[in-house]
Design a protein around this ligand. Sequence first.
Ligand SMILES: N[C@@H](CCC(=O)N[C@@H](CS)C(=O)NCC(=O)O)C(=O)O
Length: 82
Amino acid sequence: MITLYHAPRSRSSRIIWLLEELGVPYEIRPVSIFRPMTGEGEGDLANPHPDKRVPAIDHDGEIVAELVAIVLYLSEAFPTPA
Ligand SMILES: N[C@@H](CCC(=O)N[C@@H](CS)C(=O)NCC(=O)O)C(=O)O
């Protein structure tokens, strides 16, 4: 199972799009993040991202952080048919 650590209106929405395109099951774990534009919010202790940012995923215990790293990881783990 994949758990996506997600905050609305952030980069983690792009991973939802990718997971939907790949058609793999996943669950969303909403987390709070610091919003520098407004100064609101704070890092969530439940978020495994080392900087408490999003996106991050947990794939059967494998933690992957950073948008591009997650895209590459998921694309390799779940290749689409040619
Ligand atoms: N280089 C990171 C940047 C991640 C990032 O800055 N995400 C923002 C949301 S779009 C965030 O979590 N901000 C909270 C913070 O800076 O503490 C990536 O591409 O994944």
